[in-house]
Design a protein around this ligand. Structure first.
Ligand code: ZN
Length: 198
């Protein structure tokens, strides 16, 4: 599975032309094609570009807390996804901005099957989003791993960041003990969120 030269320009995802329509009734769910377009836009825009939510400054919570059992769960999932990047979502009753704390982690399939990027599997994403919505819960955070680099958002990550209210958690496996850091990514603006140790 491992080995071979690094390639970050060939995600194993279907092209826009082959992408089947996602039929989700009234629920709006980003499709893989949308993620791809967003990723390209983000890469073109570059990390750290000026931006914000509306006319105000970008939303920056001072800190966020991930309970230890939830943290253990996500690290285990991401570890198992190696050598590829893994990802998933953190679910809570309220957003971090409103004092929410993630109650559970839902591990998701990386449709890109790549050590350099992740994409949702559309049907799985739709199913999980409907479940979260039905339970009156929110996507508190989006988690993914970096198998060999620092837990800092890449240009692609910035482009993929379609949840301005979410906390983006990156777990790096470049170190023996996985390192977690958290970020907000709003309209291309990246800000770190302090992760409280629990
Ligand atoms: Zn990343």
């Amino acid at each position: 599975m491992s080995g071979g030269p690094p390639r970050d320009d060939a995600p194993k995802v279907r092209s826009d032309a082959n992408e089947p329509a996602v039929t989700g009734g009234e629920t709006v769910v980003p499709e893989v094609a949308a993620w791809q377009r967003a990723a390209d836009a983000g890469a073109a825009r570059g990390v750290g570009a000026a931006g914000g939510r509306g006319a105000g400054p970008p939303w920056i919570p001072a800190s966020a807390r991930i309970p230890a059992p939830v943290r253990d769960e996500l690290v285990e999932w991401l570890d198992a996804a190696r050598p590829n990047e893994g990802w998933g979502v953190l679910v809570a009753a309220r957003m971090a901005e409103d004092g929410g704390v993630p109650e559970r982690f839902i591990g998701m399939r990386n449709a890109a099957e790549s050590p350099y990027r992740y994409y949702p599997e559309p049907e799985e994403l739709l199913r999980v989003m409907l479940e979260i919505d039905d339970a009156d819960e929110v996507v508190w955070g989006v988690v993914h791993s970096h198998v060999a680099s620092a837990p800092v958002p890449s240009a692609t990550d910035v482009g993929l960041a379609t949840y301005p209210d979410a906390v983006y958690v990156i777990a790096s496996f470049a170190t023996e003990k996985p390192e977690l850091r958290a970020w907000t990514i709003v309209a291309g603006a990246v800000n770190e969120v302090g992760l409280e140790r629990t």
